[in-house]
Structures are given as C-alpha cells and as structure tokens.
Design a binder for this molecule. Structure first.
Ligand code: PMV
Length: 341
C-alpha cells in the first residue's frame, strides 16, 4: 500500500437554509437546529490524490485550476479534526482539486458544497486504503466530518431537505450531523425553485466565521435560540402539511432575523443593499396582488433567494425578468431548484 497513489472523487451540492444556523459552541456545534434544502445546479466537484509518505501531512489545494493557499488554514483545521476518523491523514501528501458549477460570490454558499465534497472524497480514500475501515453509519460519519470543516456543510452531504441540530420529537436528530427529512415532507415541497437574485457580486463584508462569533455575547442570544427552535418546529409542520403560507412566514422571519441579529451585534453590520429591500418590497406587492405562493430568503449577504413551487414558474418567471432582474448586479439571475435525488 505504501507506494501507491490513491485517488477519489466527491460531488456535493450547495444548500440554502430556511431556518438559519447562526452561532456555535464547542467544536462547531450549532446553537440551534437548522433546516435547508440542497440545490441542483450549484455543485462542487472535488478530486483528491493521496501519496503515502512518512513525512507529516502536506496539503496542496487547487481551485478551478489555480492554487488557492487562502483555503489551506480551513483544510488544516478539517484534517486535524477528522484525523481520528481517517488515520491516513497523519502523514503523506494530499492534492485536492475543486471546481464549482456556479459563479463565485454569487450568493450561493460555496463553503458548504466544497467542504462536503472534500469530506466525501477523503472518506473514500480511507476506504480505498482499508476496505473494511467503516461498516455502518457512513452517511452520518461523512456529514459529521463535513461539519467539522464548515458547519453548514453537514447539510450538503445528503440530498433534499436536511435537518441539523438536536430537535424535540425527532429522535434521530443530532448536533453532530445532518439527517434527511424528505420522508416527512409533503410532495409540494419537493419541487421548490430557488432563483438567486445577485444583488451584489463580490466578497461578503462579514465572513460567517466572524458572524458566528458575534452571537457569543449577543444581547439577543437566548431569544434567538428560542426563536430558531420554535421556527424549526413550525417549519417541520409546514413541510409535513404542504402549507406554503406557514412556510413563507418562517422563511421570511428567519431571513430578516438573521439580518436583524447582524444589525444588533457589536460591532453592527448592515449587509443588505438598497436593492435587496426593493426586491423584497416588489415580491410582497406581487404576492399580495396575484395571490401566488412565493417567498424569499437571504444568507449573510445582500443577495435574495426567491423561493416558489415549480408549478408557479410560468407566472413567476415573467415577473422576475421584468421587475427583479433590472435590480440585480449586471442583471445577473441564477435559476436553480431543489435536488432530491
Ligand atoms: O457553515 P457556515 O459557518 O458558513 O455558516 C453558514 C451560515 C448561514 O449560511 C448564514 C446560515 C446557514 O444555516 O447556512
């Protein structure tokens, strides 16, 4: 085995959270449960080559063909944290190459899909080295390893609707890994569209690492934990019953609360742009006027994710093209949707 070169691939989708993970404790454990769905077109493909040697682990990282050393600290943290699961990571040379199927800084979370795809490929290498290294709970283990790289990545090693965090009444839920909850989701929610309105291209003003830290001494910390737990329960009910109105209430409250938490942090941040608010107003007006099931969410940035059932595309697409695309940076809009299989 010792002279052999091992190679494995990992493919993982990005995800968009409806109930947001914001704030952590211990080693990447969430302050509250979160629920997301994975996307179809926004995917990271990773290839890893591993060459055994006695020397301490060395990592090379190429992103879309170019060296990206700024990602190495995150990869070092990941490999240190998962070394107890994957003993081969103690020494040798690891060459990691990743590429996204979606544009950079477009408001699609790339750390989730990239860490998830890397965790999948690393797991596969350990299996190639030692075929009976793991016998059960593979999905949980891969999700847990992804979490140790980037929290939300644990919701990207699976497909469709994923819950992460201890949740009352869901006995297999865990703060250590995500679980698929597709079997309790009404079929209407299996064909959701996520159209990303790129309000500002470019790097975020606050990284999620810094954002999570802001929750440590946040004046609304306890209130936020309660709110997220309640919203998790409300969202699970809405998903179960196919209740789009209830879904939209949770979705918007979570998005706006996330921004409210950032506005009330020390230091405080305003991450929405004027166009984000204009888009939100136009969505509300369109919904009030046409009684169409449509809602939105935002991550920790200005871009807006427009969410609606696929059955509404015929009515919603002209609205996007006419009223929302002109408000986007360079008029950029990305049509994506949930991936279930
Ligand atoms: O996984 P992280 O540390 O990049 O945090 C993600 C935080 C949000 O995207 C804002 C919310 C979420 O649950 O994905």
């Amino acid at each position: 085995n010792k002279n052999k070169l091992f190679r494995a691939e990992g493919v993982a989708p990005s995800n968009i959270a409806i109930v947001k993970y914001w704030g952590k404790q211990g080693i990447q454990e969430p302050l509250n449960p979160s629920i997301s769905f994975t996307l179809s077109k926004a995917v990271t493909n990773t290839t890893i080559k591993y060459q055994w040697s006695k020397l301490p682990l060395e990592i090379n990282f190429l992103f879309e063909g170019k060296r990206k050393d700024s990602f190495l600290p995150k990869l070092n943290t990941l490999t240190e944290r998962i070394g107890s699961f994957l003993p081969f990571l103690k020494s040798g040379t690891l060459s990691i190459e990743s590429a996204n199927t979606f544009p950079h800084s477009s408001g699609i979370a790339s750390s989730a899909s990239s860490m998830a795809s890397i965790a999948m490929a690393l797991y596969q290498i350990q299996k190639n080295i030692n075929a009976d290294a793991f016998t059960q709970n593979e999905d949980k283990l891969i999700s847990e390893m992804a979490r140790l790289g980037s929290g939300s990545a644990c919701r990207s090693t699976m497909k469709g609707w994923v819950l992460w965090g201890d949740t009352p009444h869901i006995s297999n839920s865990s703060k250590h890994y995500g679980i698929e909850i597709n079997n309790v989701v009404h079929p209407d929610f299996n064909e959701l569209q996520d159209t990303i309105l790129v309000i500002r291209k470019g790097a975020k003003a606050v990284s999620s690492t810094v954002g999570h830290q802001l929750m440590e001494n946040h004046p609304y910390r306890e209130g936020r934990i309660k709110q997220a737990n309640r919203n998790t329960e409300l969202l699970l009910n809405a998903l179960r019953h196919g209740d789009f109105n209830a879904f939209a209430c949770v979705c918007e409250e979570e998005a706006l609360s996330l921004h409210g938490l950032m506005m009330s942090s020390t230091p405080a941040y305003t991450l929405m742009a004027p166009e984000s608010l204009r888009v939100i107003k136009r969505i509300h007006k369109f919904r009030d006027h046409h009684h169409i099931p449509i809602t939105f969410t935002l991550d920790a940035g200005p871009n807006v994710h427009l969410i609606y059932p696929g059955s509404q595309s015929k009515i919603v697409h002209p609205f996007i093209e006419e009223h929302l695309r002109p408000l986007c940076d360079n008029e950029e809009v990305i049509y994506d949707q949930i991936s279930i299989q």
